[in-house]
Design a protein around this ligand. Structure first.
Ligand SMILES: NC(=O)c1ccc[n+]([C@@H]2O[C@H](COP(=O)([O-])OP(=O)(O)OC[C@H]3O[C@@H](n4cnc5c(N)ncnc54)[C@H](OP(=O)(O)O)[C@@H]3O)[C@@H](O)[C@H]2O)c1
Length: 291
């Protein structure tokens, strides 16, 4: 005899998958939503809130997620609330949601740069609020993101699995040991996707200038980048620098190019630029304890 399940299929899904409300419908919220949906996270467990009718409706229509104009109404539904607004909007959003009746049962994950956990608690006027920070990069859209995560010990003890279950679906997670490391992961990962695009763009343009046909220059650079990544993954025990040496023969073409990079201080340029991202992250940081 078939045993009847008390739950409908939909109820079972709702039990496994937490309801996630995104506050903000911009670039990173949309990238995360696409990644989650493509990982088969059910669209009826995802909600998006924004005053911007155009972007929230577009997300709603494209990915079949419910949208709300009012942050408070959308946040009421979510068991997890993702704050995905610009840092200067965080205080406004916190003011709007701080009176949620069961806010202390909700896990709040902020992806905003520069606003620390203590500040978010102060904006919410709630010391018991459960808050974690996540720093994703846009490749979460294709489920190949890097996500730096930070939460205080008490939150990690209880909610680590839940947080990991969400972010593991859209990339590789790295638990950071200190909150200030968020500023460093911004430089090494969130902003860094653009550094690779810059390098690829410069290489593509040069390739065309020296005579490679435009119809395949992009593919040539793209496949070269992909090959380098797969090779580095394959030889994961070998440092990037040694891998570089393996393909450099004495007086050969690679050596000529690498010598030119060296003469023009390529490593120094990378260092200065990455540190510039860290400085900017610190500049836009707000710590209400220090204001
Ligand atoms: N982009 C990235 O790669 C990335 C990576 C990691 C972390 N982050 C962080 O994620 C946050 C969002 O960045 P983003 O690039 O996605 O910015 P964005 O594209 O400008 O998105 C911000 C969204 O928030 C909406 N918004 C404005 N006021 C709001 C309010 N009161 N309530 C609800 N939504 C509101 C905006 O609507 P309007 O357009 O109408 O203003 C917009 O849809 C930032 O704090 C950033 O530090 C971004």
């Amino acid at each position: 005899m078939k045993i009847k399940n008390n739950f409908s299929k939909k109820e079972n899904i709702m039990k496994i998958f937490k309801k996630i409300t995104f506050i903000g419908s911009g670039k990173i919220a949309e990238s995360m939503i696409i990644g989650l949906i493509n990982s088969k996270y059910p669209s009826d467990c995802i909600f998006v809130c924004s005053p911007d009718e155009k972007s929230r409706s577009a997300i709603s229509e494209r990915y079949l997620v419910k949208n709300f104009k009012e942050n408070l109404i959308g946040s009421n539904i979510g068991e997890i609330i993702v704050l995905a607004v610009k840092p200067n909007i965080i205080p406004i959003v916190c003011e709007e949601i701080k009176n949620l009746t069961n806010i202390e049962n909700k896990l709040i994950i902020s992806v905003a740069a520069g606003i620390n956990i203590n500040s978010i608690k102060k904006y919410l006027n709630n010391k018991k609020a459960l808050i974690a920070r996540a720093m994703p990069n846009t490749p979460v859209l294709v489920r190949e993101g890097v996500i730096g995560l930070y939460a205080k010990k008490d939150i990690r003890t209880i909610h680590e699995k839940t947080i990991e279950q969400i972010f593991n679906r859209i990339g590789k997670i790295f638990w950071l040991s200190q909150e200030k490391e968020i500023n460093y992961i911004i430089s090494a990962s969130s902003s860094a996707t653009a550094y690779f695009f810059l390098m690829m763009d410069a290489m593509k343009n040069t390739a065309e200038n020296i005579g490679i046909n435009k119809s395949y220059s992009r593919e040539v650079i793209l496949q070269t980048a992909k090959g380098a990544i797969v090779l580095a993954e394959h030889f994961s025990e070998i440092s990037f620098n040694t891998l570089k040496k393996h393909i450099t023969s004495k007086k050969g073409t690679t050596e000529a190019a690498l010598n030119s990079f060296k003469k023009n201080n390529f490593r120094k340029i990378v260092e200065i630029s990455m540190k510039a991202a860290v400085s900017r992250a610190k500049e836009i940081s707000i710590d209400v304890d220090k204001v």
